[in-house]
Design a protein around this ligand. Structure first.
Ligand code: SAH
Ligand code: SF4
Length: 421
């Protein structure tokens, strides 16, 4: 990468050195680079932005119960408030009409129901919609709605981190600065903003929803922000609120093996794994995390993921890289690798970005690869790029805003001003 990345990384590392919550900080293998908790600084910025009031979004039911108890309120209020926030989607206490006026005023004096601000909302010619969310501390992440081609429903693609801890060679996000983890509130509120945008409140029935599915496939590695992601998913599936079914949520991981086991036990949403290679030799080259959790361990974790069956298969994502992983021999090796795992493949044409060292396989090659897997007994549809015109396709997220951030950093560094974040 360019020197500005190096300079920016230096700033990021310095920033990390003063960060106050290094719980996820790791390792000498160059994989996880920074302390990663949703930083206290971000939380403090959020409280300051609301004049000392606490945001109720993102609290677990227990935490909401404790917050209400502090105000001297009874436990049954928790369900009422929860329904207003997550089922009706209200953002002020005045609308909570089954609460007395004095209680509404008390809530208003202590709490807020926050949404991130929305500097940019863009809709692609193919109907894909992208939101750039700005959080209270000014950090940004992107969320995308991808409508089904045939049906009036679709998936909301949610980010788990600003930037990413990992450095997969084909991924634009992976070349960019890791900024921080997103909090549970910031993860849940991405979905709530999408619902605001389509006016989809109160929570419709499962059959009639437009925003029917959630995929944790945006920026970042969700399993390196495990606690916040699981907390957010538990809020999304709560039947009194947003009430998404677990089978409508898919989490994509690059293969953080220990957390895959935890995920299966804690929430057991559908699993997608960014596989991208059939051998350790190739995977080590393009996904550094493979050196830490090689294919044998990854496949074991997939085999042992709870409740996987032919009706509920693991998805293996596979980015098509010309002359790297796209031969018929690769397809045969893949079939052998995943033997016995109820699974399907999802072939993703590589989305190039400036400076990327790969090319996308030819259309003909992708078709042949898909056919080869099909002949070996696997479903292997090709994921057609969506929303490319608004930079919403796989691997493109955050590119523009990150570039802006980099030039800002470069300018600051040139002027000898340290980055305030
Ligand atoms: N960090 C998680 C979630 C991101 S999901 C993970 O890696 O699984 C986004 C998907 O897009 C992943 O499968 C990722 O490998 C893939 N991807 C990344 N860069 C890409 C690119 N340039 N072209 C196509 N797919 C890409
Ligand atoms: Fe991070 Fe996933 Fe991109 Fe790898 S592919 S750098 S894990 S976002």
């Amino acid at each position: 990468m360019t020197t500005d990345t190096t300079a920016a990384d230096a700033v990021a590392r310095e920033d990390a050195a003063v960060s106050d919550a290094p719980a996820n900080a790791v390792s000498d293998d160059g994989i996880e680079k920074l302390p990663l908790q949703a930083s206290d600084t971000a939380a403090k910025a959020a409280v300051a932005a609301d004049h000392g009031k606490r945001d109720l979004v993102g609290l677990s039911r227990e935490e909401l119960g404790a917050a209400m108890a502090e105000l001297g309120e009874k436990p049954f209020r928790v369900k009422q408030v929860w329904q207003w926030i997550y089922n009706k989607g209200v953002t002020d206490f005045e609308s909570m009409t089954n609460l007395s006026k004095p209680l509404r005023e008390k809530l208003d004096a202590h709490f807020v129901i926050r949404r991130p601000s929305l500097p940019v909302e863009q809709t692609s010619e193919d109907g894909t919609r992208k939101w750039l969310m700005r959080f209270a501390d000014g950090k940004e992440a992107e969320t995308v709605y991808i409508p089904d081609v045939d049906e009036p429903r679709g998936s909301v693609c949610i980010s788990s981190q600003v930037g990413c801890t990992l450095t997969c060679k084909f991924c634009h996000t992976g070349t960019q600065l890791l900024v921080r983890n997103l909090s549970a509130a910031e993860i849940v509120s991405q979905f709530m903003v999408a619902r605001d945008s389509y006016g989809e409140w109160p929570s419709p029935t499962d059959e009639s929803r437009r925003l029917s599915n959630v995929v944790m496939m945006g920026m970042g590695e969700p399993l390196y922000n495990y606690d916040n992601v699981v907390k957010a998913l538990k809020i999304l599936v709560d039947g009194d609120g947003i009430a998404l079914s677990r089978r409508r949520i898919t989490l994509s991981t690059s293969g953080v093996v220990p957390e895959m086991y935890r995920l299966g036990n804690d929430i057991n949403v559908n699993l997608a794994v960014s596989l991208h290679a059939a051998t350790d030799e190739v995977r080590n080259r393009i996904m550094p995390i493979n050196k830490k959790y090689p294919l044998a361990e990854l496949m074991k974790a997939c085999r042992e993921y709870p409740n996987v069956s032919n009706a509920r298969r693991i998805t293996f994502e596979y980015v098509m890289l010309k002359d790297v992983n796209d031969s018929d021999a690769d397809a045969r090796a893949l079939a052998k690798l995943v033997e016995g795992i109820p699974c399907k493949f999802n072939l993703i044409p590589f989305n190039p970005w400036p400076g990327s060292q790969f090319e996308c396989s030819s259309w003909n090659r992708i078709r042949k690869f898909s056919d080869a897997l099909y002949d070996l007994g696997f479903s292997a549809p090709i994921r057609m790029p969506r929303g490319r015109d608004i930079l919403a396709a796989c691997g493109q997220l955050k590119s523009e805003s990150e570039r802006e951030r980099k030039s800002l950093l470069k300018a600051r560094l040139a002027a000898g001003i340290p980055d305030e974040h």
